[in-house]
Design a protein around this ligand. Structure first.
Ligand SMILES: [Cu+2]
Length: 471
């Protein structure tokens, strides 16, 4: 009987004992399993433990470290954003930019089982945590003493007179007859501000407002965009403009860490109204923290003239704790993934466009609202109670529809609505998915001027009602 033809000759040539020796040698030379210390030859110089970070996990998930022997911990960042690795119980802190490594050499003398995690906002919640065992492990005391601390960290603390973010201004019409090079500078800023009465949170913003500053150019213009990330930011940010024709809408070249900046230029080829947003992983977390705005690209002849223009964007916010909890509250990844917002608001906070902050117009004027949805999750059924949109540029398209009651605006999309106000009163901007009215999605347009009984008049009303005593 002959041997099978495909068995390699080398193996056939090796007697059994020699084969076993080769296997043993290979095992002796093989690198240690990830997360286990590679022993140094002399036993005195540090052994090495390598750990990899990507979005959103570490490899390995469990790390073993020796007691009483120096170890070099190496964090390799194989991801696309900055990551760190904190083993707080044993004093290890490593930070690495994408594609870079960080290392620290230490000798551990406290056996035990501890946790490690990435402390960048949202990363731990997304899965970046693991276990570190020093020696034989088991010292559970460290874990149980750490637990109440963690619980305390998530308990809301009172929001003490935290102001609202300022409101962004609508950019004026371009009024230019030829293309130009337009410099635009935007800075990412992380700010704590009021989201609703008694509730503050950490916003990530473009320029300190939600939405970010409106950019307005003319079709054919070349925009020279400089994107900065404030020095006191904690993490990387970027900008992706839907008006850009090019890689990532600009996001590829603008991933900048705290205190850094980048710039690029693009030609605004298509007219319309476009969303821009941060596109740094986890993108939805950055958007859910307020990082969106609008860029308007006017057609060469401009948009039809109106008397007043307004800039409004809807966004959904997800916070830890119960929906009615007060105080400073941080982002909830679970709620965002479940698409269960605590707040759905216009322009960054509940009430940002009501009372003394209401939009204002006079009877007989034409009004335009640039309306965008940052999301990250909700689409909007945009409606103004008591008005009909004379013109809607649906999804920011060039050709308007006429006579529309409610227009659907997708997440990461925008529309322009134009209408004339004929009757005085308070008109309420809503997302007609009206559960969201209770979560904050309301703005007022207050129209002043003479009554217009031909269009609307009260004939009779219940005694004592508001209508009975004037509008
Ligand atoms: Cu960002």
């Amino acid at each position: 009987m002959s041997h099978p033809i495909r068995v390699p000759r080398t193996r056939l040539a090796l007697p059994g004992a020699a084969l076993a020796l080769v296997v043993l040698l290979a095992a002796a030379c093989a690198p240690p399993l990830p997360g286990q210390a590679r022993k140094s030859a002399d036993g005195a110089s540090p052994s090495e433990v390598r750990m990899q970070a990507t979005e959103w996990k570490y490899s390995p998930l469990t790390v073993q470290l020796p007691v009483g022997h120096p170890v070099t911990l190496v964090l390799e960042n194989k991801g696309t954003v900055e990551h760190d690795l904190h083993m707080d119980a044993i004093g290890v802190r490593l930070v690495a930019r994408p594609g870079q490594t960080a290392q620290q050499t230490r000798t551990f003398d406290k056996p035990g089982t501890y946790t490690y995690e990435c402390t960048l906002p949202g990363h731990k919640e997304a899965g970046m945590k693991g276990t570190v065992v020093v020696g034989e492990g088991a010292a559970q005391a460290a874990q149980t003493s750490a637990a109440p601390q963690a619980a305390a960290a998530t308990r809301p603390v009172p929001a003490a007179n935290v102001p609202r973010l300022p409101l962004p201004q609508v950019a004026p019409p371009v009024h230019r007859t030829a293309p130009a090079v337009v410099p635009v500078e935007i800075e990412a800023k992380e700010v704590t501000a009021t989201l609703a009465d008694g509730v503050s949170t950490t916003f990530w913003t473009f320029g300190g407002t939600v939405p970010g500053p409106m950019i307005r150019v003319r079709q054919g213009d070349t925009v020279e965009l400089t994107f900065k990330n404030a020095a006191d930011s904690k993490i990387t940010h970027s900008i992706d403009l839907h008006a850009v024709t090019g890689p990532g809408g600009g996001a590829r070249v603008t991933q900048v860490g705290p205190g850094e900046q980048a710039s690029f230029r693009f030609q605004a080829l298509n007219p319309g109204v476009y969303v821009y947003h941060c596109a740094t992983p986890m993108v939805a977390h950055h958007i859910a923290s307020g990082m969106y705005g609008l860029i308007v690209v006017e057609p060469p002849q401009g948009l039809p003239a109106v008397d007043r223009e307004f800039y409004v964007m809807e966004g959904d916010f997800y916070l830890q704790g119960a929906r009615t909890d007060q105080g400073q509250r941080e982002f909830s990844l679970d709620k965002m993934l479940d698409e269960r917002p605590d707040f759905v608001v216009f322009n960054g906070s509940v009430g940002s466009l009501t009372k003394e902050r209401a939009l204002k117009a006079r009877v007989g004027e034409t009004v335009r609202i640039f309306f965008g949805v940052g999301g990250p999750n909700m689409t909007s059924s945009f409606h103004v109670i008591g008005e009909i949109f004379d013109r809607v540029y649906p999804e920011g398209a060039s050709e308007p529809l006429t006579n529309v009651q409610t227009t659907l605006v997708p997440a990461g999309g925008a529309a322009i609505v134009d209408f004339k106000v004929e009757v005085p009163g308070t008109y309420i901007l809503v997302d007609h998915s009206l559960g969201r009215l209770e979560k904050g999605a309301a703005g007022y347009l207050e129209v002043e001027g003479a009554e217009n009984p031909a269009v609307f008049q009260t004939l009779s009303s219940p005694p004592g009602s508001a209508a009975a005593s004037g509008h």
